[in-house]
Design a protein around this ligand. Structure first.
Ligand SMILES: [Zn+2]
Length: 70
């Protein structure tokens, strides 16, 4: 059986915190370069960080466009 993961996609375990920080723009220097390089070469982490970007974007208070729910 094919069971799909509908949880958030996650990349490599050791990259989790780095991916989070990278998505939030908190990484600098070597760590940033390392993460960018890893993401460029690792499809799983690439997807993961894209999802993180979306999450952050959705949670950004400035971007409160289209919200007629309530
Ligand atoms: Zn990875």
């Amino acid at each position: 059986m094919n069971q799909r993961n509908r949880e958030e996609v996650q990349g490599c375990g050791h990259m989790q915190s780095l991916l989070q920080r990278q998505a939030q723009g908190e990484l600098k220097g070597i760590a940033k370069a390392y993460t960018r390089y890893h993401v460029a070469t690792c499809p799983a982490c690439r997807v993961a960080i894209e999802h993180m970007h979306e999450q952050i974007d959705a949670n950004a208070p400035e971007n409160t466009v289209s919200s007629t729910n309530g």
